[in-house]
Each structure stands twice: as structure tokens, then as C-alpha cells.
Ligand binder design. Sequence first.
Ligand SMILES: O=C(O)CCC(=O)C(=O)O
Ligand SMILES: [Fe+2]
Length: 253
Amino acid sequence: MAPKKKAKSEQITADEAVPKWPPISPLIPNSDLSMNELLPGQILTIPSLWTATLCKSYVSFLSRLPLTTTPGKPKKGDAVRVNDRFQINDPAFAERLWHETALKSLVSGELEGSGPASDESRRHDLWGGEVIGLNPNIRVYRYSKGQFFDQHYDDSKNVTIPGSPPIAARTTWTLLLYLTSPATGCMGGETVFYPEPAPSKKSKKPPPEPIVVELDVGLALLHRHGADCLLHEGREVLDGQKWVIRSDLCVKR
Ligand SMILES: O=C(O)CCC(=O)C(=O)O
Ligand SMILES: [Fe+2]
């Protein structure tokens, strides 16, 4: 279980110099996509949310952004994260990522492939409230050989989705969109989750096996965060480059 922390608030307005993101195309038709449950209520995947062509054009675009290398020494309580990163508050891009891909339809249970979100009675519990979109705080990570993200928990944050009126929201799930994989020469870099052992002290069962999510071009990974976040890490990249776009699912607060 993640350590208890007070929800932190994030900046709400769009940053001035937002990137001129390329079009989010080509995409596979929404009806051909599905959301799979890797660990019930905790880890979900959507293979091919983005096509390989789209991922490739984004990697070349993102390579021209001013990424900064994280300092070796993290702030107190933060995980060691060794990668290059670009972060921007861009509500318009978050909105496009939500509406122009199958994300909104899958999360809202509108598609045949919506998996665990198909069940209306389950949806509220699954997402931790009424989902309204993605966190405008967009993060881009590039991990080169030797870089990694050490074991940590992701916090839930309070955010405000701009609009009229603005909507007070809270993040409940992390979204990671992988743009590279072994198919593009990136080895290692898997995201690994460590499920907790059963609470009973008498249990003689061995601890649950870690869940390893292999990189896959265009795959979106969603995992529950905040108080019920699983301990997880981004394994060291052994060769090539790992590129990830990160945001979060937001519910009404
Ligand atoms: O890059 C990864 O595989 C993990 C990233 C992550 O854990 C995070 O952004 O909080
Ligand atoms: Fe994380």
C-alpha cells in the first residue's frame, strides 16, 4: 500500500510555449481496440492505442523538445528517477489524447472491447469516481541505456481542468503510453509491479510474483494510483531508447 500523503494541487493554466504536437494519426479504428485486465482493478493495457507509424513520428518530434536530465539526487521522499524529461501543462493536448484516440470510449465503456469498464455498476469503483478526462500535466520521458525509474508509488493529485466552468478533479490512475519497444531497438525498460502479499501474517504462501509489462509500441498502460497504488518501477534500459508519454485519468472531485 502506498504511504498516505495529502493530495497536492497542480498548476491549472496552459503553459505559454506549448509544443506544436503533430496530428494524432494514423490510428486503428476504435472498434478494433480493446482494454485488457492484467491485474483486476489495478493494471489495464490497451495494445495499439497508437499505431507504430504514429509512435515513430512522435519520437522524432519529441526528440527536438528541450528534455532535461533529472538530477541524480532526488528530493526527500521521491524515487530515484534517472531519465530525460519534458513536462508541460497543456489542457488542449490532454483533451486531444482523450477524445481523438479510443481512450475515452474504452474508459467510458462505450466499445465492445471495453473489458472491465463495460459493466456500468463496476465503472465508478474501477476509476474511483466519474471520469472526466486526462491530466493536462503531460510528461515525456526518454530513457537511454543505463537509465531507469526506481521503485515508487504514484500519488493522486488535485487538478483543475480548465473550461467554463473549470472542473475540480483528482487523478486516480496513471497513464503510460509506450512509443518504443524491442521492435524499435529498445531492450529492457519494462515496467514492473510488485503486488502485496496477502495481509494474513500466518500465510505461508510465497509473495506474489512481480508483474512485468513488456514495452510494446503504441501500448497504453493504466494503473491505479494514490492510496491503492502498487509499488512499481521502470527497469533499466539495456539498449536503445525508451520513450513514454505520461498523463493520468481524472475524476470529478
Ligand atoms: O517508465 C516507466 O516504466 C514507469 C514510469 C512511472 O512509474 C511514472 O511515471 O511514475
Ligand atoms: Fe510511477
